[in-house]
Write a protein that binds this ligand. Structure first.
Ligand code: ATP
Ligand code: MG
Length: 183
């Protein structure tokens, strides 16, 4: 599975539809302070199922919706879509019947979030599970926030262990065991 494109619409500072094409090799995003570099990484985390508004630097999840500017009115919804090349057919069962996956998350004011995978309504939990086994997803240690390194150095051992487990790709197993125990 390989990310190939991220599209943002009305998400934070990206009011008009904006595509970030992720080609083979290294993709760099450069720009002055406040131009939206961190917002791009947050969009990636968000479409994979982030539930913590704080991790998006907001007070509530609706804060990801474009809030308006001097010349542009605020929007009513924000949408992020992530395109994944699944040519290697390594996506988990249930998502593995096509070479390309389009994951879309949309949040509408006063309504909340809805997800689609290849245009089909999908539960948040299933989108999270899609990534949980691939050492990626909203909580992936591969996504490093500004300030996160110093947090890690100062973290309690238990929290540091969680980072290692997620990096090893066993986070999904814990989640499944937890759900099995609830049934
Ligand atoms: P730095 O180099 O300082 O880390 P950056 O390129 O990472 O900057 P971001 O933090 O991604 O910049 O972008 C911050 C900008 O996004 C600010 O101008 C902020 O006003 C804008 N922004 C954040 N949320 C929204 C929103 N809901 N609506 C409109 N603009 C927003
Ligand atoms: Mg930044």
């Amino acid at each position: 599975m390989r990310f190939t494109k991220l599209r943002l619409t009305g998400f934070k500072s990206f009011v008009d539809p904006t595509d970030l094409v992720i080609s083979d090799g290294l993709t760099g995003v450069v720009g002055p302070n406040g131009c939206g570099k961190s917002n791009l990484l947050e969009a990636l985390r968000w479409v994979m199922g982030e539930t913590r508004a704080k991790a998006m630097r907001g007070g509530g999840m609706e804060d990801v919706i474009f809030a308006g500017a001097a010349t542009r009115p605020a929007r009513n919804y924000a949408e992020v879509s992530l395109t994944i090349d699944n040519g290697d057919r390594l996506a988990p069962a249930g998502f593995n019947d096509s070479d390309q996956l389009d994951i879309v998350r949309r949040i509408t004011r006063d309504v909340g979030s809805a997800y689609k995978v290849n245009a089909k309504d999908t539960r948040a939990r299933d989108v999270q599970m899609l990534f949980a086994d691939a050492a990626t997803g909203a909580h992936s240690p591969a996504l490093v926030r500004q300030g996160q390194i110093s947090e890690l150095i100062n973290a309690k051992p238990k929290n540091r262990r969680k980072v290692l487990e997620d990096a090893a790709g066993i986070g999904g197993l814990y989640q499944r065991r937890h759900e099995a125990e609830l049934k």
